[in-house]
Design a protein around this ligand. Structure first.
Ligand code: LIP
Length: 263
């Protein structure tokens, strides 16, 4: 059953991503704002979500759907879809390449399948629970990094300026302890890049289920350790994703930095 779900997720991610990329190539896009003046949504976010919701409801009318741009359908099948039609909308708006279409599904045991498509790079990350993770069909795994000072760490900042400033102070306490920091601007891309070894760790809070659901399956199936900021089971609002050998050190480093910041 998960293979059917993954085929559907991959197909819809590619279809929606192709439409959004074509729209972006036709010129600058207008944007409305949501939770803050920098939390934007474009017509292509809405069009991608429409394409994806239509595709899921046609193929699987009894599934539940939750989407970033407002899709909200109850279901009876036990399968629940979490959609970020354009993850990294600011990158899309500024015509930066690191944005994705992220489509994940869960069942009563947790995240089940995930498809994260990066249209500009034409890269499709896919995974199904118990069946591994792939990039364009090739199996992926995190980099074998063992020390925190060799760790390339990605993070993200929320749309609330005060929250962003606080997280920036925490990162300032960390930047001298790691190889370097990257801020790519899309949680699903960050997580998938850890899964394939382009990054070594990713830490962010203030997220939503649609940011993480699909990429969490990719990272877990690739062999990453995925927890919340306390090292417990993942939650939809935050993630610590890392190669297994350095995950404890990443957790401890952020724990110290947040404690020092909140003194
Ligand atoms: C984005 C996340 C990113 C976070 C941004 C934003 P969106 O999602 O993927 O990790 O740092 O603030 O929330 O809003 O582009 O779908």
């Amino acid at each position: 059953m998960s293979s059917d779900l993954l085929v559907l997720a991959e197909s819809l991610a590619r279809s929606a991503g192709t439409v959004a990329l074509r729209g972006r190539r036709n010129g600058p896009v207008a944007a409305d704002t949501k939770s803050s003046p920098t939390d934007i949504v474009t017509r292509w976010d809405r069009e991608c979500e429409r394409i994806i919701v239509e595709g899921i409801t046609t193929a699987r009318p009894d599934d539940a759907i939750i989407g970033e741009e407002g899709a909200s359908r109850p279901g009876t099948s036990g399968t629940e879809w979490h959609i970020d039609p354009i993850d990294g909308t600011s990158n899309f708006f500024f015509d930066l390449p690191t944005w994705s279409v992220s489509i994940g599904a869960r069942d009563d045991r947790g995240p089940l399948v995930g498809a994260v498509y990066l249209p500009v790079l034409d890269e499709m990350f896919t995974a199904a629970r118990g069946h591994g993770a792939h990039l364009n069909g090739t199996p992926i795994s995190p980099r074998d990094v063992t020390s925190i000072d060799q760790t390339l760490l990605a993070t993200g900042f929320g749309y609330d300026p005060e929250r962003r400033a606080e997280h920036g102070r925490v990162i300032a306490r960390i930047v001298g302890q790691v190889r370097d920091i990257r801020r790519l601007g899309a949680a699903s891309v960050d997580v998938c890049f850890v899964a394939c070894g382009r990054l070594d760790a990713y830490v962010e809070s203030g997220l939503n289920s649609w940011d993480l659901m699909a990429a969490q399956v990719v990272a877990t199936e690739a062999g990453c350790t995925v927890t919340d900021l306390h090292g417990s089971s993942p939650v939809v609002t935050e993630a610590v994703v890392a190669a297994p050998a350095i995950h404890p050190d990443v957790l401890a480093m952020f724990g110290r930095a947040m404690q020092e910041e909140n003194r």
